[in-house]
Design a protein around this ligand. Structure first.
Ligand code: NAD
Length: 488
């Protein structure tokens, strides 16, 4: 077997970069460790600025050909990628679980099917766009003598896509699919804690007939190669999902070339439970926030409950949360897996210890589990301006506060520097509408959570991000939009 292949859960994964349609190795490697059992998954090529520049050069060289490829043909190839993902669904699922520790059953039934859907959806939407290409204004003003305005979504150029570890392939393809559909070429830099499925995607895309250089994958540390990618003058778009400090760094790096950015960042989203809510549903929504060991940007980690139902809500929450099974994510019965990395575990533990030291009470949890696990935790007695209420923990840690009325609920919900999402549980449609209108959030869910229609815009307000992706919004970002005005 090649020195550059590693076998993970029976699946061979190439540990090298994928640049210009070829596997390229770096002299240095980094060790990829599984959060499931601490085993070494592979020695992964660790890019330097040289490989980063080579990947951008490959994307630049491939751009004219791919941009000129008819839309129907681009869509056909992207659908073939979706077929390839579905064909290798089980392999992708087991490798992703080994790599990031999220539940195998979620990867099998939710996440990897969504990866395929990302490609199919944007292939379809690309063809929809074609029908929106013409916007004609005739006789609208004195200056308009019947000119025709022809709006086109032109490919922008090479795109750098940088993604995190909490849902590696799903978040990567949420960017890769629309960028490629738009006619752009891509350099994907997956997170160093979960590099494997991006490498498998490169294989799948090549098998599906994606021309060399259209998709490039560079492995390595963002701190080492990030600047080489984000300050490169040939890069025409940067889309980043990750933390706020990294986003600030990338924005500064991109500023030199005024490279347009899309930033999908962290959150500290609220779940508002009103006394008129279906309490069973509200409890289900709250317990759902422990999914992926709480390592979900959208997680509603601040539970706000109306005073009259707070006691009953807490009792039922504890009852349900205590039944959650924490353990090996490969086991179908498991509800909560490990945290991704010892450093993440330390971070979570630090947040909780400081909260407890400043007067918070752990209703459940409040401590580590075995190994890399953290016990699902609910904290009460937390001050609105405390660190645990204001900062993103990114672990299975929820806080519970109460409110007296609608005004207070909205005030507490919005009292954060984030604005990614909010969930409202209420039995009163009028209240739902009123409250949703006042919440600062990219997405508001009413009596539901995590329902995503890819036609809808997705993104965050305030520190949770810049811009929106999804449906036409993705094409708006990944394209240079041109208006051609023709005289009658
Ligand atoms: P992170 O910012 O540490 O890393 C994300 C990516 O950025 C990684 O690939 C990393 O290698 C790269 N990176 C690091 N330094 C860089 C630099 N100087 N230049 C360029 N790239 C660099 O974030 P993380 O810990 O991997 O992810 C967790 C964060 O992501 C949380 O804040 C979470 O809320 C957020 N997130 C947001 C969304 C969303 O859609 N809004 C989705 C998932 C995760």
């Amino acid at each position: 077997m090649s020195a550059h292949l590693t076998t993970v859960a029976g699946v061979n994964v190439d540990t090298r970069h994928w640049i210009g349609g070829e596997r390229v190795a770096s002299a240095e490697t980094f060790t990829d460790v599984s959060p499931v059992d601490g085993s070494t998954l592979g020695e992964i090529s660790r890019a330097t600025g040289r490989e980063a520049a080579a990947a951008v050069a490959a994307a630049k060289a491939a751009f004219p050909g791919w941009a000129a490829t008819p839309r129907a043909e681009r869509a056909r190839i992207l659908r073939a990628v979706a077929d390839g993902v579905e064909k290798r669904l089980e392999e992708l699922a087991v490798v992703e679980t080994a790599d990031n520790g999220a539940l195998l059953r979620s990867h099998r039934r939710g996440v990897i099917p969504r990866v395929a859907h990302n490609f199919r959806f944007f292939a379809d939407w690309l063809l929809e766009l074609e029908h929106q290409d013409f916007t004609t204004h005739r006789g609208g003003s004195a200056a308009d003598r019947g000119h025709t305005n022809h709006v086109s979504w032109d490919p922008a150029g090479p795109c750098v896509l940088i993604t995190p570890w909490n849902a590696p392939l799903m978040l990567a393809t949420w960017k890769v699919a629309p960028a490629l559909a738009a006619g752009n070429t891509v350099v994907l830099k997956p997170a160093e804690w979960s590099p494997l499925t991006a490498s498998l995607l490169a294989d799948i895309a090549a098998e599906a007939g994606l021309p060399a250089g259209v998709l490039n994958v560079v492995q390595g540390y963002g701190s080492e190669i990030g600047d080489a990618l984000t300050s490169h003058p040939d890069v025409r778009r940067i889309s980043f999902t990750g933390s706020v400090p990294t986003a600030r760094h990338i924005a500064a790096s991109a500023a030199a070339n005024l490279t347009p950015l899309s930033l999908e960042l962290g959150g500290k989203s609220p779940l508002l439970v009103f006394a008129d809510a279906d309490l069973g549903l509200a409890v289900d929504l709250a317990v759902e926030q422990y999914d992926n060991a709480g390592q979900v940007c959208l997680a509603a980690t601040r539970i706000l409950v109306e005073e009259p139902v707070a006691e009953e809500f807490t009792r039922r929450f504890v009852e349900k949360a205590s039944r959650l099974i924490q353990g090996d994510p490969r086991d179908e019965a498991t509800d909560i897996g490990p945290t991704i990395h010892p450093r993440q575990l330390e971070k979570i533990d630090g947040f909780v210890r400081r909260a407890l030291a400043s007067g918070a009470r752990a209703v459940i949890g409040g401590h580590r589990g075995e190994g890399q696990y953290y016990a699902p935790t609910l904290l009460t007695g937390v001050a609105q301006d405390s660190e645990i209420v204001q900062e993103e923990v990114f672990g299975p840690v929820l806080t519970l506060q109460t409110f007296a009325d609608e005004d207070e609920a909205v005030r507490l919900a919005n009292d954060t520097r984030f604005g990614l999402a909010a969930t409202v549980a209420t039995g009163d449609p009028g209240r739902a509408e009123r409250v949703a209108a006042q919440l600062v959030a990219g997405t508001v869910w009413v009596n539901c959570f995590f329902v995503r229609d890819l036609r809808a815009p997705f993104g965050g307000s305030r520190d949770s991000g810049v811009g929106r992706e999804g449906g036409t919004w993705s094409f708006d970002f990944y394209c240079d939009i041109k208006n051609t005005v023709t005289a009658p």
